[in-house]
Design a protein around this ligand. Sequence first.
Ligand code: DX5
Ligand code: ZN
Length: 218
Amino acid sequence: TRPIRIAPSILSADFARLGDEVKAIVDGGADYIHVDVMDGHFVPNISFGAVVMKAIRAVTDKPFDVHLMISPVDAYLAEFAKSGADIITVHAEAGVHLHRTLQAIRALGKKAGVALNPATPVSAIQHVIDDVDLVLVMSVNPGFGGQSFIPESLAKLRQAKALIGGRDIDLEVDGGVTANNARAIADAGANVFVAGSSVYAGNDPATYADRIAAIRAA
Ligand code: DX5
Ligand code: ZN
């Protein structure tokens, strides 16, 4: 079994004091920093880009797990690599040359991830599975924090886990993850847990450690 990683999403952080919010989750036990980049085109929301990510890179050595909700994405990969990304995840739906995009990420020396929207079947990545280091199963429709976990995602995680088999690939879940459903999600095969609102709600740094610990304990 692969190590469990908790990856709080800074999408729900207080952007007015973003550096402190990142530091607070690291102090609270976060394994990865999940960075949600939205373009207002692939998803119906705009968040922030590489310049903002670069500004918080100095705050921690923890891996930056960068979730690009951008289409087309290829022209931005080098900038995110240069700005401190460790894992770069693109959507299977975001372009017609997924294989090329994944190769480009690895050519930049970064780990390549592929994300699946709720309606996209696991079979969409069957022929690129040896070209990825991480599979991200979206358990909400991407674009916003604070949505409810789609129950069908558990069956999809099991399918993704079966496709991964014995390969050295992380299985990540993103959307509506809480301490209440983390056990079922882990049973379905996921080992990287993105958590936005369930860690950052209220934006009180004093609560982050307990919330991260509660997800891990589940
Ligand atoms: C949704 C993002 C998620 C989001 C998760 O488009 O990819 O990472 O921030 O937020 P919660 O955990 O609140 O569903
Ligand atoms: Zn995300």
